[in-house]
Design a binder for this molecule. Structure first.
Ligand code: AMP
Length: 170
């Protein structure tokens, strides 16, 4: 299936100049959803993850599906202030300003091998922050999976040294 045809490109959203990749049509299509999860899981399975970490918010959808498909647990990396109890945070740069993601300090629950998932790899700042959170908790990043990679932004350079898989490239 041509998964790219299921991604809707929305110009100038959320701000002028940004070509937003809307994955909702892909998620709503049963065959596309099935194929996307299966192909990412097939790549990830030999890397033996125990936990899938998904980034808020669109990394939750297929991150949780991937975890279920791989027989892993799922951990969300959330925006500040959403998680109770002790958390650790990483701040990262956006095109304009900064953002931050948090995970609970006990999130890995003794597991070590972590697969990181997000919907889009753009500049790589978000992915890098998630990798640092995992490593700070004593985990090992066994790979990154993305639905979409904006290759012209060279996000892979920010997570150099890691195995990266993306289904759809722009
Ligand atoms: P970055 O940190 O620059 O790699 O940005 C990745 C994060 O921003 C992901 O969580 C995406 O959900 C979101 N994102 C960045 N660019 C886009 C885009 N063009 N379309 C949709 N989401 C995007």
């Amino acid at each position: 299936m041509d998964l790219k045809s299921k991604v809707r490109e929305v110009p100038d959203f959320p701000t002028p100049g940004i070509g937003f990749k809307d994955i909702m049509p892909l998620l709503a299509d049963a065959d596309a959803l099935h194929e996307a999860v299966d192909r990412m899981a097939a790549w990830a399975e030999p890397r033996s993850p125990e936990i899938v970490l998904g980034g808020e918010a669109r990394g939750f959808f297929l991150g949780a599906a991937l975890a279920y498909r791989l027989g892993c647990g799922f951990v969300p990396a959330r925006r500040p202030g959403k998680l109770p109890l002790e958390t650790i945070a990483r701040e990262y740069e956006l095109e304009y300003g900064t953002n931050s993601l948090e995970v609970q300090a006990d999130a890995l629950a003794g597991c070590r091998h972590v697969l990181i998932h997000d919907d889009v790899l753009a500049t790589g700042g978000t992915a890098r922050a998630m990798g640092e959170l995992v490593e700070h908790l004593g985990g090992e990043v066994v790979g990154f999976t993305f639905l979409i990679e904006l290759a012209f932004l060279n996000g892979r350079e920010r997570i150099a040294g890691h195995d990266v898989f993306s289904l759809i490239e722009y």
